[in-house]
Design a protein around this ligand. Structure first.
Ligand code: PLP
Length: 461
């Protein structure tokens, strides 16, 4: 290490896939190799990645939303270097850090209403675990209502309210008392809450796995039902929060919505230091931390560490200064409007949906063309969800745009550009989609050959 970590790293070049195959997750390495995503990225800046061949890529995956402000934002980088070099006392524990106090002040200013308290933690899933505990503590109830297709993280409590069996299977018994309702179905929600046993209703305003958006009026009505039956409304803004959808928090698209708990993470990190924040009301916090004896009854070791707090403050300042909430609204509207127009030229496209810069394209069996129906059936006999690969593979290989299907066994491809994205880069994406959607209509053709080979390989794996 005498020569520094970077020069040591240089001596290890080219070993990443081999190391992961041996020591981390060989199944993941195999998947990357199978679909040709085993690129060696060597640099990231703003919305771009570069591979070891010098090729430049547009990143619309953004580390599952972590790089909402782009990679290595210079202002955040500078703030972190300043903090590292300042020899601050960090994590004294028996004291109050100014950085976490300021981060909380800034977050609550943007949440508004009664949401004046913050609990800091290390990840999105940890915000959900905390929210579930808080809701149980406040209501004295155990049960939790959640939505079909929901994704709230993969630790025990969050997994118990995951809307897909795929994630839950083979992990044993999960927390009892959870109840799934269809997304956007108020009658089902009322039926679930009316038993008066639910501590909380937990919901993503735009579902990460499906890109479905809550219907106008739904959250306000859900809030009324929660109040009526004594449950807390928990809004999971881990992915949608901090400007992504064109508002600071997605629930703010509907003026009357006032959640009891808001969970946020991802973008708050600035892409540098893991951080999560549970934003809630004095009623909730004072019930959980009800006196000196219980003042650390819910806690963690790293939650308020200086680097995470500095990353959060710097990120919030960048979002404010660079007017990124406004940019997400404008670019999101432009991208989705144009993508809908492009989608109309392709019979496989069934929907384009989302909010701001969180949007997806959904595919289904075409209604008219016999030939294309046949093509669809052919690949779906081999493997459901493989059609999405037919879009993401040429997006990467031909157009150098990094994307991924939204979830397992789904045809939805989700796009999460950085909220700093420019019109030129949105056009890069739209031109690529025009080309890729034209290609999939040529059957037989190269795109179909690639995907059927892939599907056969996946079946045999
Ligand atoms: N909630 C939502 C809506 C998410 O999208 C995610 C992650 O993708 C989580 C929770 C879990 O966050 P983390 O992966 O940081 O634990």
């Amino acid at each position: 290490m005498d020569n520094g970590l970077l020069s040591w790293l240089k001596g290890q070049e080219g070993r990443a896939f081999e190391l992961h195959d041996e020591h981390v997750n060989p199944a993941f390495v195999k998947m990357l190799r199978t679909i040709g995503f085993d690129k060696r990225y060597v640099r990231g800046q703003g919305p771009y990645l570069w591979d070891d061949q010098g090729n430049k890529y547009l990143d619309l995956l953004t580390g599952w939303g972590v790089f909402a402000l782009g990679r290595n934002h210079p202002k955040i980088q500078k703030a972190l270097v300043e903090i590292i070099n300042a020899d601050l006392p960090n994590l004294v524990r028996m004291s109050c850090s100014p950085l976490s106090g300021l981060a909380a002040e800034m977050l609550t200013k943007h949440a508004g209403g009664d949401l004046s308290r913050v609990f800091f933690c290390n990840s999105g899933t940890e915000t959900i675990e905390g929210a579930l505990k808080f809701a149980r503590c406040v209501t004295g109830r155990q049960d939790v209502v959640y939505c079909d297709h929901a994704f709230h993280g993969l630790t025990g409590g969050a997994l118990a309210i995951n809307g897909a069996d795929f994630f839950r299977e083979r992990f044993g018994a999960l927390t009892p008392g959870t109840r799934k309702v269809p997304f956007n179905d108020l009658a089902a929600l009322e039926a679930a809450l009316s038993t008066k046993t639910a501590a909380a209703f937990v919901i993503e305003p735009v579902q990460g796995k499906s890109c479905e958006v809550v219907a106008d009026g739904y959250l306000a009505a859900a809030q009324r039902l929660c109040k009526k039956y004594g449950s807390l409304l928990v809004i999971d803004e881990v992915q949608t929060g901090l400007g992504r959808t064109g508002k600071w928090f997605c629930y703010q698209h509907w003026a009357e919505v006032q959640p009891d708990i808001v969970c946020c993470a991802k973008a708050l990190s600035g892409g540098f230091v893991p951080v999560g924040a549970i934003i809630t009301t004095p009623r909730v916090m004072d019930c959980v931390f009800s006196g000196m004896e219980r003042c650390v009854v819910h806690s963690n070791t790293f939650g308020q560490n200086d680097l995470a707090m500095a990353a959060a403050i710097a990120s919030l300042r960048v979002i404010e200064e660079e007017k990124l909430v406004e940019n997400a609204a404008t670019m999101g509207e432009y991208a989705m409007t144009r993508l809908r127009e492009i989608g109309k030229t392709c019979p496989f496209v069934s929907d384009v949906r989302g909010k701001g810069l969180m949007f997806g394209i959904d595919f289904a069996r075409p209604k008219d063309s016999m030939k294309l129906k046949l093509a669809w059936d052919m690949v779906h006999k081999l493997n459901f969800g493989v059609f999405g690969q037919m879009i993401i593979i040429p997006l990467l290989q031909k157009h150098r745009i990094l994307t991924q299907v939204a979830g397992y066994h789904t045809e939805v491809i989700k796009f999460l550009p950085p909220i700093t994205v420019s019109k030129d880069d949105v056009d890069w994406f739209l031109n690529a989609m025009t080309d890729v959607l034209a290609d999939v209509q040529r059957f037989p053709g190269a795109a179909w050959d690639t995907v059927s080979t892939l599907a056969k390989r996946a079946v045999m794996a």
